[in-house]
Design a protein around this ligand. Sequence first.
Ligand code: R1P
Ligand code: URA
Length: 301
Amino acid sequence: MPTEQMTNANKPLSTEGRTYHIETRSGEVSNRILTVGDPKRAQKMASYLDKILFTHSSHRGFLTITGLYKGLPISVVAIGMGLSMMDFFVRESRMVVEGPLSIVRFGSCGSICQATSGDVIVAKSAFAIGRNYAFFEEGKGEPYLLWKPVEADKDLTRVVQRKLSEAVGAEHVFAGSVGNADSFYGSQGRIGTDFYDCNEGLLDRIREKYEDASALEMESHMLFHLAQASTGAKNMGRPSIRTACALMVFADRTGNKFISPEDSERLVGIAARAVFDALVEDMPTQEGLHPAAGSVWEDEM
Ligand code: R1P
Ligand code: URA
């Protein structure tokens, strides 16, 4: 249920200016954002900030932690899973932050390339994979739709890849196109008997269509797509939203292996500083970014 009275049905904001689902307002979110799915991952990564200034867990399960790293504000936002949650996150973050946004997703994935569990795959681009209801309900077309890849921001991606390679070893970092599926199961080609999914040939079809298809997960295409669809760039002299995505391989779909809890915890710990360093290198000053006045970092700058 809403925790505060919203003043507008088209763009619901509370009287304090808090967004409906994430419940943050201007000055609580930085221009530099690390986003993850799992709130425990967010807490673990945020523990590598130099100082935490703000934490809020919303009634819809979004967790926002804002703090300082090397003297600059960074937010860590856990969004849960799937396209809709990414859409809420990008749009409601855009509503409360002035100036350009640099967003890095650090997620988990299933590898469909040589990368195995514990390795990292950096997304050069992301394509969407969607269950085609016309096939299941009307017998029309293919069971899964595959959309054209959207590119990540090249500069931000380059620095994320370099920092992660330094942290985990270049031999453990792969790069390629990422398939953003609308399901963990059917649309990622997981075979089962409880549902009529018609997905036996899906992984082969993906590999045939996209030579560098490397990973499957559930949010990256929406992130890249919304960055590309974002307006407001003219005033900033650069795109309004720039995005990159790196994914820990949890499931090795070729070798049929899954990462251990200990290895995932260790990898998250190693990667945290690498991603923060990338965000700071990408946006090294506060000039032209969200004003400090009235923000949670006001007294720290
Ligand atoms: C599925 O287990 C979830 O893990 C992946 C997928 O994109 C999906 O959200 O990413 P996160 O670990 O960041 O949530
Ligand atoms: N996340 C996904 O979406 N798929 C996997 O196989 C593993 C993590």
